[in-house]
Design a binder for this molecule. Sequence first.
Ligand code: AMP
Length: 571
Amino acid sequence: MNAFEALGLNEQLVQAVTELGFETPTPIQEKAIPILLSGTMDFVGLAQTGTGKTAAFGLPLLQLIDTTQKHPQALIVCPTRELCLQICNDLMTFKKHVKGLYAEPVYGGASIMMQIKALKKGVQIVVATPGRLIDMIERKAIDLEKVKYVVLDEADEMLNMGFRDDIDFVLKNTIKRESIWLFSATMPAEVRAISKNFMTNPREVTMGKKNTANVNIDHQYFVAAAHHRYETLKRLIDFNPGMYGIIFTRTKADAQDIAEKLVREDYNIEALHGDLTQQQRDKVMQRFRQKNLQLLIATDVAARGIDVDGITHVINFELPDDIEVYTHRSGRTARAGKSGICISICHSRETYKIKQIEKMVNAPFHKMDIPQGKDVCRKQFFHFMDKLMQADTSHGDYETYLPDLVEKFAAVSKEEVLQRVAALEFSHFLKYYDNAEDLNTRLDSRDRRGAQDRDFAGGRRDRGNTFSNQDNGFTRLFINLGTKDGFYKASFLQFILDESNLKKEVLGKIDMREMNSWVEVDRDFAGKMIKSIDGKKFNNRLVRMNEADGGFKRPSDEGRKRSGNTGKWRK
Ligand code: AMP
């Protein structure tokens, strides 16, 4: 008996795999196929790409489909358009001897109308990427009512790309299913949560090691004061001239703001944010994919689903509020066996978060010094010289000009030519970084003690996976001015900055109420702000400003709620 037949597969499928040259089932196929053929058992398969997992779920799925019924019976959800098309292709070859069986790919970036039309032809298996699938569900263009089997392929990748809510949504919309088959290369807590929340006694099959951290990612962090964050970012970009990266910010406004500033300073960067139309977004993504754009800056939401090859750096302009988000971000680099660097810019009082993340991703984090101006110049210089040496001179008629060039430079030494080339290329850089400030924060003993205390508290108390806003390097200040004084956020911001003669970079969150407001200010500048504002008159009223924790009402007293014990503020 053929080994595939022995697993319970029917003649048509065995014939197809034999024609493909499959002689023996791979280990995952051997274990999964008999379980999956039952049709009713939930299944978790820990297997990497290349183990034959597509056939491991594809073959039983094809056998379970009732070809007399012309509605979707199986739904395969996978992270990328490429994988979606590949799975569909594989299914086509496996089902070549089965009549009346149709599978259709559904993915973003192509005409949704064409896909809707294709689904109406009586498709039984839908292979989809999460974003487009949700779109289809919301347009009621896909009937999931009778879906019996849901396959989640590369579940960890989908979660890495930020599709957690989408997966939950899909699973909640396929309530008549008989089983879920989940395939994943690793088993992070979020994948485990899907199995816990949606599956019943899943059969688990493991091929290789669980929870292997991506050893190809180098995790680095740089400690900077809040008002040096932007300058630090710039310095890190300049220090890595070959960088092809994504920068993550917490807010859309930050992403836009930083992108605008960097563009003004001639950096090749664009922001990806929710205000863009799909068409504009596609255009940005296309430019980035084709490497016409060196850097992309985005919030986690806007960057959802981005899958780009060859990203060398991921930069956390700020650490994410939720530490699990760190894995999603860092997972954008070091894909397909390549290596990559994940950089975090953090405040000295956030180092305890680094320790938490280190523990979570199960990989060491390296504290790095922010490069000095002269290091940046040196790096840029040698990068340029490398490029000069690698310049392709095989095309173009350089020979024609060479004698003239040789004559022109006859009296000039090689050293002088190099110097002039460098001056031409680097005068701007050298000028900019001449006497550049050292951006590294040197902790004084008081700060160091504070940081240690926090580290200890971080390790002792169970802080959940969220960070407390109190430890982000800012001091929360109270001020007895609010919207009733005629302020909007922008005019209020202008007012406090003008009054204190400080820059916008020192500010964190601003929370305005009718009578009072709360302002987060970089701890190093809080004193200066209080000194300049407290006691001043505004519209003949005495302005009071002081540390919010010093006896005045905090937002929690004003009706804000704390979400559970996580210490995270919810509006
Ligand atoms: P996958 O892990 O599904 O991406 O499969 C990796 C490659 O292995 C594909 O090119 C499959 O065609 C091939 N393959 C899958 N199963 C077998 C098998 N039993 N024998 C030989 N090749 C296989």
